[in-house]
Design a protein around this ligand. Sequence first.
Ligand code: NCC
Length: 276
Amino acid sequence: HAKLSPEKLLCQLRDRVNVTMIQRSDGPFGTSEWQQYLPETSFSETVGQLGHCAVVSSAGSLKSSHLGQEIDSHDAVLRFNGAPVRGFQDDVGQKTTIRLVNSQLVTVEEQKFLKESLYNTGILIVWDPAPYHAEIDEWYRKPDYKFFESYKAYRRTYPEQPFYILNPKMQWQLWDILQENSLENIQPNPPSSGMLGIILMMTLCDQVDVYEFLPSKRQTDICHYYQKFHDYACTMGAYHPLMFEKNVVKHINQGTDEDIYTHGKVTLPGFRKVHC
Ligand code: NCC
């Protein structure tokens, strides 16, 4: 099959991936118990419309990048999972507007998640791998990780911090587009937090600069900029279809190859700026 043009691919992403947060009207979340836990203010009211945004992958190649100032110059910054800023400001900046975390972290590392102050900044969003195109009810009964109790515990501890649950429908809407635009069969697993976060920011922002998702000349087998662990799978993918995600992002990049090589930087338009 023929690859879509970048313009058509952007339109597919804009029109077929529905980025929403779980609300009271979503079936099993309509109970009076859940009323106490889900944020009262809707996600769109909480964030509003954003201008220039930065998405900071957790890649080891951010080390010694000195991208901190450039990242912080954006109106909003998205970070992932347990990626710290303290001690790493020079390379990754210090602003955190939104932090997207996976349900594994929230569940398996619940004590750290409840205690570590790095989670207390900005708007939190958790996502969980759902069965392929499952309805909310089916996913609610069989989440990949049983993170709902940890979510509630966090909400009781920090009731003032906005904390949303990503509607799982978007992961497979996005996966379908990744599959349609790849020459091989891709893993039947949801996209990485990084890819979900890029699409999330494209719905919120006028422009999105993504750092070290496509690796720069600093590419390394060091998994994260904040740990000593070495594993090429962090960059290439194992569970998540990371390589296919990166190919698609490369295809819609509006920045230069030079920016990728020197800064690991990709520039994407917000969906508001995409005309189909
Ligand atoms: O490593 P992780 O991802 O938290 O990284 C966040 C996102 O950054 C991009 N990335 C990361 C490292 C790298 N060398 N290159 C990259 O491009 C990816 O887009 C990645 O999504 C996840 O996606 O949620 C993931 O989470 C970790 C782990 O669960 C959390 O860090 C919490 O401890 C997963 N690792 C393991 O389960 C061991 C990882 O597979 C995916």
